[in-house]
Design a binder for this molecule. Structure first.
Ligand SMILES: Cc1cc2nc3c(=O)[nH]c(=O)nc-3n(C[C@H](O)[C@H](O)[C@H](O)COP(=O)(O)O)c2cc1C
Length: 465
């Protein structure tokens, strides 16, 4: 198990993080540097000289590659030599498989580093926390790596997820809970005409980050317990100052507050994971009551329109989709969600026994998974994580009049700019598997004889002597 600061240290030791000493502005400049580093497959970045925030640092692009995610959960250097997809399959997924049956209750300790500095009198978010302004047309500064914790009012069941928040004033954050758990908890509170207490935690350990991004159905309701299972020991929590919630004892920042019922404020526009601007809309908000943080805190930022956000969404979602599919379709082999597709393409490989099999999988995935806007099913011989391979299957195995399925009016992402309103989207399935009634030889990959291929592989360097 790595703590947040140990993770940063590990990344640096592995040559995966660079320190930036040049002064940088939280307004757009940090984002511009993070974006360029991402485009150039560069390292994670620790900004040590942040204008206006003496004694604080900002870290970005922590989870921009599969390798860095794996380092977060303790991968060894040699394990990182495998292809990105294999790193996830071999290092990250087994942890989740084992963890599922071993949920661990967190323990509450007296105090922790997150209480080094406690501000309960007139908290002012932008004065205390180096929140970043990301995109040119954004409506303000946004907290993008904030894990939000709340509880269902009547059951006390915890809800935990990453949610984007806009700083609206010294002590107000607009918040946009879209996925069901958190928005449900707030709805229940509103129905009871109660406020919902929340805590926003920034700078969390990697296993907790992965657990927080995990779909609720897979995680079980309490993601603190999933994080405990991933690390093999209970998470240590401390009580908040002004709300009845617990937060990780070693977090970098915690913003405590409450969401008043039936109140809305403008939020947006903001650049989101569809890589477009989500428009200005009325959203709930948090009245901030306290801010606590570590000495010399490290603020984490995630580019909502970057690869890091996609990876954090895709990795747990793949685990969830694969697990639930295998329960009904044991012949499903692999699931991959391309990191470039705003996480809404799902590619599945399977062994087919009848011509109905792939279509059955498509209907199941499109109707049950929020994340699946388009689902492509391929045969076992196709590598789902290799787009060239998938593209080849689509072009050589699909007959559009019978292999394309369109389902109108299913549950999708309201952030999708092509959706006219609400959550309703059309979905598409592509059955890119071989038609079993067509002779198999037609699909044989053209290639040289196997023995010659192996000889050339073995003697490859000799051709260039
Ligand atoms: C960087 C990042 C930002 C996110 N922002 C939001 C958001 O603003 N609103 C939201 O509902 N979900 C957001 N999510 C997605 C949820 O955190 C994620 O879907 C959720 O944790 C899945 O679990 P759930 O089933 O408990 O919702 C974000 C995810 C990431 C990685």
């Amino acid at each position: 198990m790595l703590e947040f600061r140990e993770f940063i240290k590990h990344l640096e030791d592995f040559g995966e993080l660079k320190r930036i000493k040049k002064e940088v502005d939280v307004k757009y400049e940090i984002t511009a540097v993070m974006k360029k580093a991402e485009r150039e497959n560069g390292p994670a970045l620790l900004f040590e000289n942040v204008k206006g925030y003496k004694g604080m640092t900002v870290v970005g692009n922590l989870y921009t590659t599969e390798g860095r995610v794996a380092i977060g959960v303790g991968a060894k250097r040699e394990e990182l030599d495998a292809a990105p997809k294999a790193v996830i399959q071999e290092v990250v997924r087994p942890l989740f498989e084992v963890a599922k049956g071993k949920l661990k209750e967190p323990t509450v300790v007296k105090t922790g580093f997150v209480k080094d500095v406690v501000v309960t009198k007139n908290p002012d978010v932008l004065k205390t926390v180096p929140v970043i302004a990301h995109c040119e047309k954004d409506g303000g500064s946004y907290i993008s790596a904030g894990m939000v914790i709340g509880r269902f009012p009547e059951t006390g069941e915890r809800v935990i997820q990453l949610i984007e928040m806009q700083v609206k004033g010294p002590n107000q954050l607009a918040i946009s809970p879209v996925t069901p758990m958190f928005s449900e908890a707030y709805k229940v509170a509103e129905n009871l005409n109660q406020k919902l207490e929340v805590a926003v935690v920034i700078g969390i350990d990697p296993d907790l980050m992965l657990a927080a991004c995990c779909p609720a159905e897979f995680a079980g309701a309490d993601k603190y317990m999933l994080a405990g299972a991933l690390r093999g020991e209970p998470l240590k929590l401390v009580k908040c100052e002004t709300v009845d919630l617990e937060v990780p004892a070693n977090a970098e920042f915690v913003i405590e507050g409450e969401m008043p019922p039936h109140e809305r404020t403008d939020m947006g526009p903001y650049g989101d994971y569809f890589k477009t601007y989500y428009w200005k809309e009325k959203k709930p908000y948090i009245n901030v009551k306290a801010i606590t943080h570590r000495e010399n805190p490290v603020y984490q930022d995630i580019l909502a329109d970057g690869r890091e956000c996609a990876l954090l969404l895709c990795i747990p979602a793949e685990i969830d989709v694969l697990k639930s599919l295998k329960e009904t379709f044991p012949y499903v082999k692999e699931v991959y969600i391309p990191r470039t597709s705003a996480s809404h393409h799902v590619i599945i490989s399977m062994k087919k026994y009848t011509n109905m099999d792939a279509k059955a999988v498509i209907y199941r995935v499109l109707s049950s998974s929020f994340i699946a806007k388009h689902c492509i099913v391929v045969d076992e011989d196709i590598d789902v994580s290799n787009w060239d391979d998938v593209d080849w299957a689509i072009v050589s195995r699909v007959q559009a009049d019978k292999d394309i399925i369109v389902i109108p009016e299913l549950y999708g992402s309201p952030l999708d700019p092509s959706i006219k309103s609400g959550f309703t989207t059309a979905k598409m399935g592509v059955d890119a598997t071989i038609d079993l009634t067509v002779p198999k030889e037609r699909y044989e990959r053209s290639d040289v004889p196997k023995d010659v291929k192996e000889k050339v592989e073995k003697e490859w360097s000799k051709y260039f002597e």
